[in-house]
Design a protein around this ligand. Sequence first.
Ligand SMILES: NC(=O)C1=CN([C@@H]2O[C@H](COP(=O)(O)OP(=O)(O)OC[C@H]3O[C@@H](n4cnc5c(N)ncnc54)[C@H](OP(=O)(O)O)[C@@H]3O)[C@@H](O)[C@H]2O)C=CC1
Ligand SMILES: O=C1O[C@H](COP(=O)(O)O)[C@@H](O)[C@H](O)[C@H]1O
Length: 511
Amino acid sequence: MSGGSGGSSPPSERISSSSLSDLKDLEISSESGCLSIVVLGASGDLAKKKTFPALFNLFQQGFLQAGEVHIFGYARSNISDDGLRERIRGYLKGASEEPLSEFLQLIKYVSGSYDSGEGFELLNKTISENETSKDSRRLFYLALPPSVYPSVCKMIRSYCMTPSSHGGWTRVIVEKPFGKDLDSAEELSTQLGELFNEEQLYRIDHYLGKELVQNLLVLRFANRLFLPLWNRDNIDNVQIVFREDFGTDGRGGYFDQYGIIRDIIQNHLLQVFCLVAMEKPVSLSPEHIRDEKVKVLQSVTSIKHDEVVLGQYDGYKDDPTVPNESNTPTFASVVLRVHNERWEGVPFILKAGKALGSKKAEIRVQFKDAPGDIFKCKKQGRNEFVIRLQPLESMYMKLTVKKPGLEMATEQSELDLSYGQRYQDTKIPEAYERLILDTIRGDQQHFVRRDELKAAWEIFTPLLHDIDAGKLKALPYEPGSRGPPEADELSKRMGYMQTLGYVWVPPTLAK
Ligand SMILES: NC(=O)C1=CN([C@@H]2O[C@H](COP(=O)(O)OP(=O)(O)OC[C@H]3O[C@@H](n4cnc5c(N)ncnc54)[C@H](OP(=O)(O)O)[C@@H]3O)[C@@H](O)[C@H]2O)C=CC1
Ligand SMILES: O=C1O[C@H](COP(=O)(O)O)[C@@H](O)[C@H](O)[C@H]1O
């Protein structure tokens, strides 16, 4: 089996202390030869909206070099090379014509089924014809429904691996959802595990590619300020929140089989939870980081039904692909508790919803009240550290300060690091862009390992089975609202104190 990181320096060495430009230089000097990127499911939604635009951004920044890189789309649809290029052209934003046409010319399309040798033989032939050097690197991106992963992986394994006579590697990116519960995920992992080793499999969770998610370990472990505070003695509760201001928008058929817990909480929010709650890893090596994530996941206790609120927005069932009797939650607030020395007694509230009044994702770490308050300022609010993942990436710490003026009065204010203001000339990369680059570099730090996935499903499977069996009901809520009021009541019961009369206003650049 052609291997994992194939010939380059260990990922930990490459990642730990480098700026992006250092990394780019290192990469170009450390690995060369042909790179073939194959997008399977090239005719689909993810491919046009995320995968090809991410490849284009990498191309524009010089990470993918014409002459070295070839991109192949594969799907059943009967389209030509130009047909595929035209489909994706409109999604490649802000591009001037020259790099755009140069990029599009790198793309070829091969049509074939997902379970017969013919198409994959043709794909292999097309890849091989474009491989001009002895070193070949082949990256397969499965932008496909998970139902076809096993057959597609079998086909890649049988027909499309980097020839063993060549140097290089074969790597496969698989998209979520990885299964529907513990058993189905394990079955899928076993099927894929018989075909590829763990170093070749990249289970993508695009939240791990977001700038502020990537910042979490730095924040927690490179700042003395946080080290002594990040525990049950000082933190009262943590909320990890995802809100979308649109509904399932034509994806009702898919969504109804999964629901918000499988779509967002079990993967994206749980990955963020791991980075907030895990212990310090031995080093930044992917295995050390993932070891700590697994440990904290294994320390999560069983979810209690009275610490869960489910909701379904009014109008969700108007989608003709959603059954009339659907109890699938489009909103959920779930409390996780970690049974360890650091976090015993601290509720982690993971909350996600569609068709709400706003679109944002953030982490709220709320500290306990200052003991022995002499200012009588308790009711105004607590120290709260907010990490806004999107939109308007920022982090701010809510503080009580003296209100400027002659009186000794207090008010809530904040220390604010807003990226739009502080990093005006820096373009924050798209999550998919980073994660594809990581795969090319053989860095699995930001990908989900098999045992991590298993531990994640172990947490949620009993609850999901109870929901599927109708033991918990999704409460109706108005589109455009905050979700069912019971969710705010749950947060309050968990100790969350809303800061009264305080609204964080993102700073503007205007003087
Ligand atoms: N779309 C998104 O925003 C996101 C998607 N994902 C995940 O990415 C993967 C791809 O998503 P997306 O692009 O939306 O999916 P699509 O439904 O658009 O499917 C992608 C392609 O797969 C083929 N296909 C569709 N249904 C089937 C089927 N039942 N059997 C075999 N082939 C099929 C079609 O190509 P053809 O018929 O030409 O072969 C289609 O163009 C999924 O796992 C999804 O969960 C993850 C995050 C976000
Ligand atoms: O994986 C998914 O994520 C998107 C939200 O991603 P974001 O980067 O825009 O926050 C969500 O809309 C979709 O339902 C889900 O499958």
